[in-house]
Design a protein around this ligand. Structure first.
Ligand code: ZN
Length: 134
């Protein structure tokens, strides 16, 4: 079957997206910075029904700005962040696109939490900018 594939650094967790993402966004929030150890996450929003996984993730229950829980799934062996689910977006999975085997054809439509973005990082061409969440 077709679909984008990805997985964690060690390969214990693999996944497949059976449809193209509903939205594609870069998130500069401090939680994305901390959990990635980098400057932002590149996120794909897909329907839960379109996300298939082999292997087990561990879960850290974070809290978003809204006060709602954010379930952050990661590989318990190598620590790669793989996806998150949040009560704000029922039925959706937010996939950390950096874990895909190929990023071909994935262009960010939006940047969110730009008020937290590092100042020396240039805006992404063609992406709408939002100071906080959309
Ligand atoms: Zn792993």
């Amino acid at each position: 079957m077709q679909g984008r594939k990805g997985g964690c650094l060690c390969g214990a967790v693999r996944y497949r997206l059976t449809s193209e993402p509903r939205s594609i966004a870069i998130c500069h929030c401090t939680h994305c910075q901390r959990q990635s150890g980098s400057l932002f996450s590149f996120n794909l929003v897909v329907r839960e029904a379109d996300y298939e996984q082999s292997g087990e993730t561990r879960v850290f229950i974070d809290k978003g700005d809204s006060g709602q829980p954010v379930h952050r799934h990661f590989c318990g062996t190598c620590g790669s962040p793989l996806f998150a689910t949040t009560a704000l977006m029922p039925g959706k999975v937010v996939v950390k696109a950096g874990t895909l085997d190929s990023l071909e054809g994935l262009q960010p439509q939006a940047e969110i939490y730009t008020d937290r973005a590092v100042k020396w990082l240039a805006p992404v061409a063609g992406a709408a900018r939002f100071a906080q969440n959309v």
